[in-house]
Design a protein around this ligand. Structure first.
Ligand SMILES: Cc1cc2nc3c(=O)[nH]c(=O)nc-3n(C[C@H](O)[C@H](O)[C@H](O)COP(=O)(O)OP(=O)(O)OC[C@H]3O[C@@H](n4cnc5c(N)ncnc54)[C@H](O)[C@@H]3O)c2cc1C
Length: 314
């Protein structure tokens, strides 16, 4: 609709590292077909997968021809431009420090000024712990921030790129703390993993990448970066309302910009008077985590170890 140039490419595969995890994918395919009538998924055995992916570590996968991937920063900049073209005003570098509900409006205070608003959406993702309680009203208890790391190789020549992925798809394994990767438009391999903070993450990520694609031994890593993603305890998203005009969306639990876009649309619908879809999300049970900030940090570390254990042995 807005002609956003963000390298959108169709094709996505979820891959299983052992037969038990493959059974999960078989169940997923069955359920998506039976429950939602979705017919764009194909189960691939090891031989079929090898036709498109140059790795030996997987037993098979579930390919979805209707899903895909994009360049998230260019998508974000494109959305911002579309908003500006429609007359929206965006204020950067203006952290909100308080929200005051008054009759018929909400005062949104920054450290320098204030905006009077009819509706407010809290969309601070994994950074919610930094807000005062007068803003978040305790919804920070629903999420644990977990670090995700990503590296980008140098641009690969076409033969090397094809030896990795030859059909343009993006890929995740179906671990809880997962590896995810794709080729960018300029043929870099972007390789990410969820984990806990460790020293020299680029080296750790490089060895994760070489475990999957040993043929990249001599390829240079040009970039590496990290940031928090917001996990809920049961990996369910957490969308809702703190009061009739203060909405929130968080708990994307690794589903990234597909789910954030959906959250934006559903909350926009509710603000415009149709909250049917928001109410469905409000009905999802999301357990709370109780404890202060240091306990939360400890819980994140223990949670990461626990998820690693489950990933290895289940
Ligand atoms: C390393 C890494 C790799 C990732 N890779 C992928 C990927 O390949 N595919 C994918 O789909 N997703 C990926 N994700 C996840 C994706 O980035 C997030 O799901 C997405 O950015 C969430 O969007 P958001 O708008 O909800 O939150 P964010 O993009 O995190 O934005 C939250 C905003 O809130 C602002 N904020 C915080 N406090 C305040 C305050 N007091 N006042 C005003 N503003 C405030 C912050 O400045 C920030 O701009 C990745 C994440 C990381 C960290």
């Amino acid at each position: 609709k807005y002609g956003i140039q963000c390298d959108w490419k169709k094709g996505y595969a979820t891959l299983a590292l052992n037969e038990r995890r493959m059974d999960d994918l078989i169940e997923m395919e069955k359920a998506s077909h039976a429950t939602f009538g979705y017919d764009k998924m194909q189960l691939w055995d090891k031989a079929k997968l090898k036709q498109h992916l140059g790795s030996d570590i997987y037993v098979g996968g579930l390919y979805d021809s209707n899903s895909g991937h994009l360049h998230p920063l260019n998508y974000c900049l494109g959305l911002a431009k579309a908003c500006l073209d429609l007359g929206v005003q965006i204020y950067e570098q203006s952290p909100v420090v308080d929200l005051v509900e008054k009759s018929g409006c909400i005062e949104v205070k920054t450290d320098k000024s204030a905006v009077i608003s009819q509706d407010v959406i809290l969309a601070t993702n994994a950074y919610i712990d930094a807000l005062p309680k007068s803003i978040h009203h305790g919804i920070n208890r629903k999420i644990l921030p977990v670090e995700s790391f990503i590296i980008a190789t140098e641009p690969l020549d076409q033969a090397t790129a094809d030896s990795v992925i030859n059909n343009g798809m993006s890929v995740c394994d179906n671990n809880i703390l997962l590896d995810y990767y794709r080729l960018s438009a300029d043929n870099r391999l972007l390789f990410g993993s969820d984990s806990s903070s460790e020293k020299d993450m680029v080296q750790i990520m490089r060895s994760n990448m070489l475990h999957v694609f040993p043929q990249l031994e001599n390829v240079q890593i040009d970039y590496g970066w990290a940031g928090p993603i917001d996990m809920t305890l049961n990996a369910s998203p957490h969308f809702g309302r703190i009061s009739p005009h203060i909405y929130f969306a968080q708990g994307y639990s690794g589903h990234g910009v597909a789910l954030t876009g959906l959250a934006g649309r559903i909350i926009a619908e509710a603000i415009l008077g149709n909250d049917e879809r928001l109410r469905i999300f409000e009905g999802l049970k999301v357990p709370s985590f109780y404890g202060g900030k240091s306990l939360k940090n400890l819980a994140t570390k223990i949670g990461v170890l626990y998820y690693k254990f489950l990933d290895r042995y289940r």
